[in-house]
Design a protein around this ligand. Structure first.
Ligand code: FMN
Length: 215
């Protein structure tokens, strides 16, 4: 991965080439990467709805404004990054059983100690800080950031979108019935350099002295 090149040109894409599909092998690599996303206490408080069929992308795009709609309609795939709106009973236990099955613990005592950390941390967010939903959504944002970087590393262009009405997306895909909420849309494909108004624009970021403190 050429980090310098990505830093200079890694703008989120404003227009995708129509009818150009990401090869399935590359999609599979990205799905593996997404599944491997890290989250605090390994909570994985998310779900990813992957729209690859045109009909599915249209269903998302139909809820969007004219600025963002084409970024979904013309993309190769669009993923709805969803977050649990509350952590369902049994979720942490399911995570923990999978950790055990995957061989994460040398002894039962280590397994039990870790599970206590998981449950007490979630209890702390829910009852003391009262921010469980917002904390879970932070995990989803982290996964999305790393995912965008992974796609760039494969030479795939991305557009991450917060510009949508959650209630429309949630209704179109029955998310609330599953106690999920839409957090972000992430479209992937290949940039249409002629249609992307931002393609030739320089990146604009605040100067180093505003953004960093070096000690
Ligand atoms: C969380 C997030 C949400 C964003 N939502 C949208 C969006 O809804 N539509 C859009 O065109 N761009 C969206 N962007 C892109 C930003 O507007 C863009 O990255 C920023 O203006 C900097 O421009 P650059 O990426 O070209 O350097 C989003 C970016 C992030 C990180």
């Amino acid at each position: 991965m050429d980090l310098q090149a990505i830093s200079k040109t890694g703008h989120f894409t404003k227009a995708f080439k129509e009818n150009v599909e990401i090869p399935q092998a590359e999609v599979n690599k990205l799905m593996d990467f997404l599944r491997s996303s890290a989250s605090s206490v390994n909570a994985q408080p998310w779900h990813f709805v992957v729209a690859a069929k045109q009909e599915s992308k249209n269903r998302i795009a139909d809820t969007l404004n004219p600025f963002n709609g084409p970024k979904v309609r013309n993309a190769s795939i669009c993923i709805i990054f969803c977050t649990m709106m509350d952590m369902p009973a049994g979720h942490l236990e399911k995570v923990h059983e999978k950790e055990k099955a995957d061989g994460r613990f040398a002894t039962d005592a280590i397994a039990a100690g870790w599970h206590e950390i998981q449950t007490s941390f979630i209890r702390f967010r829910r009852y003391d800080l009262k921010d469980l939903t917002s904390w879970m959504e932070k995990q989803t944002y982290l996964a999305a950031g790393a995912f965008a970087m992974a796609a760039a590393g494969l030479g795939i262009d991305v557009c991450m979108m917060e510009g949508f009405e959650a209630k429309l997306i949630d209704a179109a895909f029955g998310l609330r019935e599953k106690s999920l909420g839409s957090t972000l849309l992430v479209s992937l494909g290949y940039r249409d350099e002629e249609k992307d108004f931002a393609f030739n624009l320089p990146k604009s970021r605040l100067p180093v002295e505003d953004l960093f403190t070096f000690l």
